[in-house]
Design a protein around this ligand. Sequence first.
Ligand code: 5GP
Ligand code: MN
Length: 316
Amino acid sequence: MTLEDIREVIKNSKTIVLFTHENPDGDAIGSTMALYLILKKLEKNVEMIIPNFPNTFSFLPASKDVLVEPSLKKYDLAIALDCADIKRLDDPKETFLKCTTRVNIDHHPSNGMFGDLNFVNHVAPACAQIVTSILEYYKIDIDKDVATCLITGIITDTGGFRYEGVTSETFEIASEFLEKGVVISKVYRDVLSNISRRKFEARKLTMNRLEFLENGKIAYTYMTKEDIDKLGVNQSDLEGIVENGRDVENVEVSIFLYETEKGFKASLRSNDYVNVSDICLLFNGGGHVKAAGCTLPYSLKESKERILTQTKRFLK
Ligand code: 5GP
Ligand code: MN
């Protein structure tokens, strides 16, 4: 039983390091920080490495403990959270592979099972929900701070309890956390509704240039490096833009491309029947059935053409 193995390895480890995926979202950060707080309470020598920590999450209880790189070369245990693919792990010194034991805790169907011990639940709507179940299984007390981190992960990855991956357990957890004093309405506002002025300007630009293609089944928009520099936005400001296209009637797939050093990052979302993870896998990406991403190492014109050609094949 993996959970027993993971319990054993945690028990026998003195030094532990936690990693998550690059361009971390609320689930990546919430899951990592919750586990960090728990391991600290268990008196472990633990570090959480999040090289690009977005400001949005600075209200979380242990944000001041986040490190940009590990302080040791090797740890007894490394744990990756919310990361489907070892290539996406934000691990600046490639420490993960050097540690004695590696654990992978995740909820992406495309997970590459890159750990020595893997605890991957494809149907969990958020990695934070898996972490919650693990803590419950271990009968570890979840205090208000840990619960705040976990609910942040759950709220972000479920779009505020909206997505179909939400289970009855999700609401049970939310209800328990409310009883512990977590102010869900505040977390909701901090991580979902409240946006910076820069983020608003990025939304405005991408909405203005949004195109409806294939009889309105595809919504497409983009931002170039020039747009990004002009507005002074960072990657975390671009989160959620792809949702604007998905929310329009008749749209099945929404696509948002934005330029990075590696080419155009594509964010895809679908509404009903298209498996966008399958489309992204064609470009070495991945994700979930209705939310996935990949990087297209081409010009804007070619990236658009390639992603649209593949997306059209999946439409009815
Ligand atoms: P987003 O569009 O918000 O960047 O990502 C949506 C989902 O797809 C997330 O669960 C994210 O982890 C996953 N994802 C995004 N980009 C990539 C990628 O390049 N490779 C893989 N494997 N997954 C990705
Ligand atoms: Mn997640």
